[in-house]
Every structure is written in structure tokens, then in C-alpha cells.
Ligand binder design. Structure first.
Ligand code: GLV
Ligand code: MG
Length: 318
């Protein structure tokens, strides 16, 4: 089964048609890159983009980033050639295929079976290449549980706001931004729906792009909304958005320290030496088994982000 735990706070989009950007992206501090064959590449440029991507994966130095290629969606004539050419050409240097506009579990099943055939042909371990599924229309959202469950290769469920807005006739062109006429977050239901499917099936939930690439404060505000719900990361379209994404989807230092403190304190108090207690006070706060579970989530995110503790728990004497 493909690993699901790779860090993905920032997922950088790189058009496969631009050799310059494929080169530059390698040195940027994004957790993940996805080399695009879909909407950032014009139809006539797709055959060349496939070749650029294979060369960039095989010859580039991606420095431990998760390497993903976004192929074209299943309603086009390009998908099978995208998958065959990229995976046959660079399967050993590729972590996942991203499938856009997924509408049914069948789309994922097709990709799973095709990847299995290519892996067998190449002698690669079957199941090593993961799948990222983009939810970009009403059908995809209605079927998101089945999509998440369609293959053990599925690592992430991704919200694609631009296509989604178009598909449901949303009256806005400001992708990923709040709407002045709507007294709330118009994406709340969609984000929550995706998050529930992702968590039910132990997948990562990833938020999509924010197109105003020079407005980093705007990016940060929108990112904070999905991060607050529990999303694991967000797309970045420009190097200027990477640090903001890495920061927003990591815990604050104070929260990370607090989470580690809760884990240590709870371990101590539930032990023989600590009195075998189930609910105890940590400062002014009562902690119990549910607190431990919440603390585990924050601590895991902090550890995955490489954070260090700035405080320690000392058991009371006597
Ligand atoms: C991304 O693919 C989007 O449609 O927002
Ligand atoms: Mg899209």
C-alpha cells in the first residue's frame, strides 16, 4: 500500500511545458511538487510537456520533495498516453499520479489497474505509485466516499475550487476567495465533505489554489480557514506562497509545545509512578484521554514539520 504520511503543507504547481520552471522548482522549499500536464498546458504543447516532465523527474534533483504528475482527466483523449509515457519513462522517480476531475470510483480504479500493469511491466513494486484524486464538480463530491475508498493507492483528496466553481455555476471569478455577498465561507460544505471522506479512509485532505499570487496576505487568510478545519496542506502557484503555506499548515510553536506537554503529562499521570490517574490537571486545564488524542494530532503535525520543543514536562516532586 502506498504511504499516506508524506508532508504536503505546500504543493507547488509546475507547468510541464516550461523547462525553466521545471528547473527552478527543484530548489524551492515546497513539500510537494506536481508537474502539470492538465490545465496549465495547452493542447498542442502536451506531447512535448510529457517529455519535459520525464526528463525533469529522471535528471533533476528534487531534494526529497514528493514528486507528483497531474495527468489529464478521464473524459479527454490524453489520459492514457500521459500515464503510460510518464510512468514508463520515469516510474522509479515518481511518487504519485494526480487525477483531476474525478467523478466516480471507476476513474480511480482505471488508474490503479493501469499503474499495476505498468509497474509489472517495469518490474517496479506493485502499489508503490500513489494516486491523488481531485474533486472538481458535483459528481465528484457526491461520490467522494467511494472515490477515497477506490484504491489503497489513494493518498490525498484535493479540492479544485476553480473547476468546482464553474461546475456549480458559482457567481464569482475570485477563485478560493470569500464572496462579498455570502455571509460565511461559500466553500465550507465542500471542504468539510472532502475532509470527512479523507479522514474516514485515512487520506490527506488538500486545499486547492488561490489565484491572486501577489496577495500573500489574502492567501494566508484563505489557507487559515481550511487549516483550522484540519486540512493538511494547500496548493501554491508561486514561490511567494510557499512559506505562508508551510507556516499555516504547521502548528504554532505554542500549540506544538503544549501538545507535547500534554502527551508527557498524560503518560506520567496514567503510569504507576504518576498515580494511575485518568483525568488530571495540567496547570489550569483538565486533561484526559480525549486531550491526548487531540495532542497527538498537533504533535504529529509539528514533528512532521521538523519543529523542536521549547519546553519540557517535569513531574511534581513528592
Ligand atoms: C484546480 O485544478 C482547480 O480547478 O481549482
Ligand atoms: Mg481544476
Amino acid at each position: 500500500m502506498a504511504a499516506v504520511g508524506r508532508p504536503r503543507r505546500s504543493c507547488l504547481a509546475v507547468p510541464g511545458s516550461s523547462v525553466k520552471m521545471l528547473d527552478k522548482a527543484q530548489g524551492l522549499p515546497a513539500d510537494q511538487v506536481f508537474l502539470d500536464l492538465e490545465d496549465a498546458v495547452a493542447p498542442l504543447a502536451k506531447p512535448e510537456a510529457r517529455k519535459n516532465i520525464v526528463a525533469a523527474l529522471n535528471e533533476g534533483d528534487w531534494g526529497g520533495k514528493t514528486r507528483v504528475v497531474r495527468v489529464n482527466d478521464m473524459t479527454t483523449a490524453w489520459t492514457y498516453r500521459d500515464v503510460v509515457e510518464v510512468v514508463e519513462g520515469a516510474g522509479e522517480n515518481l511518487d504519485c499520479i494526480m487525477l483531476p476531475k474525478v467523478q466516480t470510483a471507476g476513474h480511480v480504479e482505471w488508474l490503479d489497474l493501469t499503474l499495476t500493469q505498468i509497474e509489472k511491466t517495469l518490474g517496479l513494486p506493485v502499489g508503490r505509485i500513489g494516486i491523488e484524486a481531485q474533486i472538481e464538480n458535483a459528481a465528484g463530491l457526491v461520490n467522494v466516499d467511494a472515490i477515497a475508498a477506490a484504491s489503497p493507492r489513494v493518498e490525498t483528496i484535493i479540492f479544485g475550487p476553480a473547476d468546482f466553481m464553474a461546475s456549480i455555476n458559482m457567481k464569482s471569478l475570485a477563485v478560493g476567495a470569500l464572496h462579498p455577498d455570502y455571509p460565511g465561507d461559500p466553500y465550507h460544505y465542500i471542504l468539510m465533505r472532502i475532509l470527512m471522506a479523507a479522514r474516514m479512509h485515512d487520506k490527506q485532505a488538500i486545499d486547492g489554489p488561490f489565484l491572486q499570487i501577489r496577495d500573500v496576505d489574502g492567501f494566508r487568510e484563505v489557507a487559515k480557514l481550511s487549516a483550522a478545519l484540519g486540512f493538511d496542506g494547500k496548493w501554491v502557484l508561486h514561490p511567494g506562497q510557499i512559506d505562508a503555506a508551510n507556516e499555516v499548515y504547521s502548528p504554532a510553536q505554542e500549540d506544538y509545545d503544549h501538545a507535547e506537554l500534554i502527551l508527557d503529562a498524560y503518560e506520567h499521570y496514567t503510569s504507576e509512578a504518576g498515580g494511575r490517574l485518568g483525568a488530571v490537571m495540567l496547570g489550569d486545564e483538565m486533561i484526559d484521554e480525549a486531550s491526548r488524542k487531540m495532542a497527538l494530532v498537533i504533535a504529529a503535525k509539528g514533528r512532521a514539520a521538523g519543529m523542536s520543543r521549547t519546553s519540557r514536562f517535569t513531574p511534581p516532586q513528592g
